[in-house]
Write a protein that binds this ligand. Structure first.
Ligand code: FES
Length: 158
């Protein structure tokens, strides 16, 4: 694994331990997860115990120690979205992507997660793909959004 980016990121924050969370965010943005080799390098550069680094990396839900997909799909299963059909959408996504929440497709294109509220209950059921909200979701709409992203990647016009 090429760790030059990790060096560059740590340099950017001048090896400051107080910048650990920002460093981890930047590393995750670069690799789409926190590779073990990167965490070891950060520990060495910041002269910190590797367990301390792991402690921070596992404490925050936004960090992942396993590779994430290129596109992040987050489905809300909070009460407002649940009663309006969230479970049906989840079934469709699981069957279409062949993964469970918390997993990534084998082609590393999509990661699926569920949360308890995305803060936009009025437009539920809600799905978020790469920071963009999609409201009044249905199973068919959810599948079409994923297909559209897939088609864009493969150059198929939709
Ligand atoms: S319960 Fe789904 S956005 Fe709040």
């Amino acid at each position: 694994m090429d760790l030059k980016s990790v060096d560059f990121i740590v340099d950017k924050y001048q090896e400051k331990r107080t910048a650990l969370i920002s460093i981890l965010h930047d590393v995750q943005d670069r690799y789409r997860y926190l590779p073990e080799e990167a965490l070891r390098m950060i520990a060495s550069r910041l002269r910190m115990d590797i367990n301390e680094i792991y402690g921070v990396a596992t404490f925050y839900k936004s960090f992942s120690l396993v590779p994430k997909g290129r596109h992040s799909i987050t489905l809300c299963m909070g009460t407002a979205c649940h009663v309006r059909g969230g479970p049906k959408i989840l079934r469709e996504l699981k069957s279409f992507l062949c993964i469970e929440p918390g997993q990534t497709t084998s082609d590393k294109q999509f990661s699926l997660n569920v949360v308890n509220c995305l803060g936009v209950c009025a437009i539920g059921p809600v799905m978020m793909v790469d920071q963009k909200f999609y409201g009044e979701m249905t199973p068919i709409k959810a599948r079409r959004i994923i297909e559209k992203i897939n088609n864009k990647r493969s150059g198929v016009k939709s």
